[in-house]
Design a protein around this ligand. Structure first.
Ligand code: GDP
Length: 144
């Protein structure tokens, strides 16, 4: 499988619960490498745009409120089959349905406050990375 990049958000609940390290450790243990990482506080405009795909869903307003309630950590991850691998380590959207050992099983509270976001496809990953990181910023972080 090819080396791929994906995009991750450690959501406000996980940051507030002091598990940035715990989440990242699980990503790293799965063979994913953090290429870029920064803590940001999403504005309402940013959160609405990022989750625009869900704008007709009944939980959209609550989701935007949750994602702006505190700082998040946005990350670019790299590894073999990174998109699928990240989704696997994250676990199901609803932590009650997440497999043992997954991030959401261990760190999520409920279907909304579920600790992490991860891109669902390589194309989405590209768009989501570009939403938060400029090409120049990523280039400046390349290892020599
Ligand atoms: P993901 O790809 O596993 O994050 O799931 P989705 O793309 O379907 O949903 C995006 C985010 O919206 C989830 O991670 C949750 O934070 C939230 N969410 C999804 N489904 C529900 C729901 O039924 N109720 C609420 N309150 N939030 C939800």
């Amino acid at each position: 499988m090819a080396i791929e990049r994906t995009f991750s958000i450690i959501k406000p609940d996980a940051v507030a619960n002091n598990v940035i390290g715990g989440v990242t450790a699980k990503l790293e243990a799965a063979g994913l490498r953090v290429l870029a990482s920064k803590m940001v506080r999403l504005t309402e405009t940013q959160a609405k745009a990022f989750y625009a795909v869900h704008k007709e869903r009944p939980f959209y307003g609550d989701l935007v409120k949750f994602m702006t309630e505190g700082p998040v950590v946005v990350q670019v991850l790299e590894g073999e089959g990174a998109v699928a691998k990240n989704r696997q380590v994250m676990g199901a959207t609803n932590p009650e349905k997440a497999d043992a050992g997954t991030i959401r099983k261990e760190f999520a509270t409920n279907i909304e406050r579920n600790a992490v976001h991860g891109s669902d496809a390589p194309e989405t990953a590209k768009e989501e990375i570009a939403f938060f990181f400029s090409t120049a910023e990523l280039a400046s972080l390349a290892r020599s």
